[in-house]
Design a protein around this ligand. Structure first.
Ligand code: ADP
Ligand code: ADP
Ligand code: MG
Length: 661
């Protein structure tokens, strides 16, 4: 076994690898960028090396600096985690050339699977069923369009270099083909520097079911059963589970055999995942699944497999990379119970899952695990850490295991409702709504489930009067008291001799709420609210609210939802009013395309420009009819809050409306 390894990653996965390494007596070296100088993975590792500026291409994608750091610290091997350099065969070549070991497959295996088109051609030859489609070299638009017609609509255009759901467009109708193609190409070019695509049949009632495989250097390959990752938004996984609901012995056998065959065809060593798309329109049938792609690395959702098999996949990675045989044979790998993973992201589900940034002023995970379940929280952040625009906005993964699907799902819902995050917009409410969705609970999942139920899953019930009262009390001055976070209690030091009355202004999104807080000498209080809210009296309260106070805000938690109230500073408000006739960038990004011009009259909903942020395209539409006085220039780099469009008339305060195709 290695004495020391370097982890070429950040965030939760770097922390997770450190933990297993430590348990095995292997020392770990972290690498970090400027933004991560004080990050948790740096603190957890035995040593840490600074490798550059915050943007990934100046740090976590700098293979040369990472290899130099490994050599300088005497690490023998490099664990790539997922993302970044994990599927970059040139990096693997450089690692090997430097006399180090890459904890993962050979460069040749990665090359064989790196491009989706070539991988499909290879799998076809190996006798693995492949999604019908065009995966040739020629890329002329006329040819692609005619292939799409041959395949039959709906089709999916996919970046051949794709990953993370980027560069994918579903096309329903031939008329939309060329526009979808340009969008996919632009996104692919920006994310992967390669704009070539393939065209596939869009599978009916698609379910994403993938098989975890593991190989060693002696030609042994085993599978560790399947995971279902059909709960997706924008082709990205949201909640994953193992085993797949409704899985039949016949389909499991066919899929795991195909997965092992695929891995053997490329002499695969290490952890890998074969992703299949399954047509569930007539239930799960053993001949209705097709190879989509192989991820030649550890997968984000690998913990659900660990939970149901009791195997530590990172331990296996280290063993196999150091030259050991697979620790178990196929017959020794058994399935037990059911596991779910929910990906907690800084993002705004109600605004098209727009990624968010911010400082996590308050961060609390459930403790202990819900009854009858085991739980793991995988995170790379602590309270006070920031979600920066530089990297993936994932905050944590919540993984639960129960004796069966129903028990595990109940535990997931409960764990989410006990999670408290304030300081950024997060998706916990959405995840809890999905966990409670009737179709999801019944195991009737397909990749379209979230978008079909999107309205209901992302709708946030307005805060209750009690929630507003708790926020008003916390904001009213009780916050100056050191005693407690619970405003009901902290009122103890608040009113000594006479009643105190304060008029509080709170902002909930764009909505302004006035609350009149009165506290009597006997510590009883009343919070008078305007209609439609009922006033709240201390008699009415049953339980202490869960809340977090942070600069300029109070967040009150109700179930899995954090209601964020801004407590406006009266001086700052003048500015805001002056800018109400403008549309601001909801996040930092690049103005990719401008579709309207200065002086143009536009109508509500009309796309004005495309903002590229977090490597995805976001369409910014007109929030109302109006005349454009100013519009951002194509190619402009904007920060959060930059004015993108200024309207000449009708200064109307409307939230920015966004849609993502
Ligand atoms: P899966 O592992 O199931 O394929 P994803 O495709 O969502 O799931 O995960 C891989 C993606 O995660 C990468 O393509 C990248 O966008 C993103 N990613 C890369 N590095 C990190 C990181 N250190 N932390 C979180 N996400 C990352
Ligand atoms: P990525 O590399 O971005 O993960 P994939 O090829 O794995 O790209 O596709 C991402 C997702 O898109 C899948 O998980 C699935 O939900 C959906 N998808 C891919 N191919 C098809 C298809 N042929 N029919 C229906 N849905 C598909
Ligand atoms: Mg995929």
């Amino acid at each position: 076994m290695f004495a020391k390894i370097l982890i070429a990653n950040r965030g939760e996965i770097a922390c997770r690898v450190v933990r297993t390494a430590r348990r095995m007596g292997v020392r770990s070296v972290a690498v970090y960028s400027d933004a991560d100088a004080h990050a948790l993975h740096v603190e957890m590792a035995d040593e840490a090396v600074h490798i550059g500026a915050s943007p990934a291409n100046e740090s976590y994608l700098r293979g040369d600096r990472i290899i130099a750091a490994a050599l300088a610290t005497g690490a023998e091997a490099i664990h790539p985690g997922y993302g970044f350099l994990s599927e970059n065969p040139n990096f693997v070549d450089q690692v090997v050339a430097a006399g180090l070991i890459f904890i993962g497959p050979s460069a040749a295996s990665i090359r064989a699977m790196g491009l989706k088109d070539a991988a499909k051609r290879l799998m076809e030859k190996a006798g693995v069923p492949v999604v019908p489609g065009y995966h040739g070299e020629a890329q002329e638009i006329v040819l692609l369009a005619s292939k799409a017609r041959e395949i039959g609509y709906p089709v999916l255009i996919k970046a051949r270099a794709g990953g993370g759901g980027k560069g994918i467009r579903r096309v329903e109708h031939p008329d939309d083909f060329s526009e979808a193609l340009s969008g996919a190409r632009r996104e692919a070019k920006a994310a992967f520097g390669d704009d070539r695509v393939l065209v596939e049949k869009y599978v009916d009632k698609p379910r994403h079911i993938e098989v975890q495989i593991f190989g060693d250097r002696f030609g042994n390959v085993v599978h560790l059963y399947e995971r279902d990752c059909s709960a997706q938004r924008r082709h990205q996984k949201v909640i994953e589970e193992a085993p797949a609901p409704g899985m039949t012995p016949a389909l499991r056998k066919a899929m795991s055999e195909a997965a092992v065959k695929a891995a053997k065809a490329i002499h695969y060593s290490g952890a890998g995942t074969i992703e299949f798309i399954v047509d569930a329109s007539q239930g799960l049938k053993a001949d209705r699944f097709w190879f989509m792609e192989m991820n030649t690395r550890l997968q984000v959702e690998h913990p659900v497999t660990e939970m149901v098999t009791g195997i530590d996949l990172v331990e296996w990675q280290l063993r196999v990379a150091s030259g050991e045989k697979l620790p178990k044979t196929q017959s020794e790998i058994a399935l037990s119970g059911h596991a779910f993973e929910a990906r907690i992201y800084a993002e705004d589900a109600a605004r098209g899952f727009l990624p968010a940034t911010g400082t996590l002023h308050h961060l609390k995970f459930p403790q202990p695990a819900p009854e009858g379940a085991t739980m793991r929280v995988e995170t790379g952040v602590r309270p006070g850490d920031a979600i920066s625009p530089f990297y993936d906005p994932m905050i944590a993964k919540l993984i639960v295991h129960g004796k069966d699907r129903r028990a595990a799902l109940a535990a997931l819902g409960e764990a989410l409702s006990q999670t408290e995050i304030a300081g950024s917009t997060v998706n916990t409410g959405f995840l809890a709504a999905l966990a409670a969705d009737a179709a999801f609970a019944a195991g009737d999942v397909d990749t379209g489930l979230i978008s079909r139920h999107q309205q209901a899953l992302t709708a946030v019930a307005p805060p209750s009067g009690e929630t507003i009262a708790a926020a008003a009390l916390a904001a009213s001055g009780a916050r100056d008291l050191p005693s407690s976070d619970d405003p009901w209690l902290s009122l103890a030091g608040y009113a000594h001799f006479h009643a105190v009355v304060r008029r509080m202004l709170l902002k909930f999104g764009e909505q302004e709420i006035v609350a009149c807080v009165s506290v009597r000498p006997d510590r009883r209080f009343e919070v008078a609210l305007e209609a439609p809210y009922d006033s709240v009296n201390s008699h009415d309260l049953r339980t202490a609210p869960r809340l977090a106070r942070w600069p300029g805000h109070v967040t009150v938690f109700e179930g899995a939802i954090g209601y964020d109230f801004a407590v406006p500073d009266p001086l700052a408000r003048a500015d805001e009013a002056a800018a109400s006739g403008s549309l601001r960038a909801p996040m930092p990004g690049l103005v990719k395309l401008v579709r309207a011009a200065k002086g143009e009259a536009v109508i509500k909903g009309q796309p004005l420009l495309i903002l590229e942020a977090m490597k995805m395209e976001h369409t910014i539409a007109a929030p109302h009819d109006g005349l454009i006085a100013e519009i951002a220039a194509e190619g402009a780099q904007v920060t959060d809050g930059t004015v993108l469009v200024h309207f000449a008339e009708e200064p109307q305060l409307t939230p920015v409306s966004l849609s993502t195709k």
